[in-house]
Design a protein around this ligand. Sequence first.
Ligand SMILES: *[C@@H]1O[C@H](CO)[C@@H](O)[C@H](O)[C@H]1NC(C)=O
Ligand SMILES: *[C@@H]1O[C@H](CO)[C@@H](O)[C@H](O)[C@H]1NC(C)=O
Length: 289
Amino acid sequence: MMGRSPRAAVMLALLLLLCFLSGATARTFTIINKCGTTIWPAVTPSPSDSFGGGGFELKSGQSVVYDAPPAWSGRIWGRTDCAFDGSGTGKCGTGSCGPNLKCSGASGDPPASLAEFTLATPDFYDVSLVDGFNLPITVQPVKGHGPGNCSAAGCDGDLRDTCPDELAVKGAGGKTVACRSACDVFNTDQYCCRGKFAGPSTCPPTPYSKKFKEACPTAYSYAYDDPSSLFQCSGADYVITFCSNSKQSVCTYHNNKLVCNGSGRYLPAMSAAMTLLLLFGSVALQFSV
Ligand SMILES: *[C@@H]1O[C@H](CO)[C@@H](O)[C@H](O)[C@H]1NC(C)=O
Ligand SMILES: *[C@@H]1O[C@H](CO)[C@@H](O)[C@H](O)[C@H]1NC(C)=O
């Protein structure tokens, strides 16, 4: 910072503080398809200028990067076996949000595995199978820091392979394409945590929810699942991977720089400060001269 006036330094410090307090840094979301087939990710709510307007095609092995809108809260899921025409109208085997490729405000038909986010200070995120399962999802924060537990959320396995017959949704050729929740199938107070089963202390896991938990140990398997399925993290980017597992290391592009988790070389606080310095340094200088 050679030759910079004290006033510039004060301005810079103020800007930095403001940015940290308001959590104003853009969160980069990287969405990766590691499934063997094309999927159609869906995002709701979604403004027209992010997340492909709420839905897009993602071929096997492809990934996309979006900046989430500031203070965005919403959900991301995958749709399978879709056919859309040139105008973006069609239907899907699982996860449909009506007839549209771009879901904007519409939520998906269960069963669908969901990644849920509340971007704030700190961010909250989870993977939920409360509305059933259609694809393995993992959410991995990159370069995030506490307070809170910045751990990976989601699945290590594919519940379509282990779904009990009475919950299975079969597609063409009798293949299991999704697994419904026990609440959805049997609609009893016990499975839906209602009546005398309402509340976390009176709605214990069932053999069905345990099956979900086996495939996705850090996801909500039913309404009052272990609170350890809800995670908190500050200053993170997020990588959402379909058909992977939470033990894989992940990378994200942030300000045109590749940042990976688990490398041990990344000092979160330092790097966040440096990024902000680069972003706002010139702005602060302009104001002060
Ligand atoms: C963070 O969450 C993971 C997954 O639930 C858990 O294994 C780990 O013990 C938690 N860490 C802390 C410090 O709570
Ligand atoms: C980062 O990657 C490692 C594997 O290298 C994995 O074990 C860990 O859970 C990942 N951390 C997060 C926060 O996703």
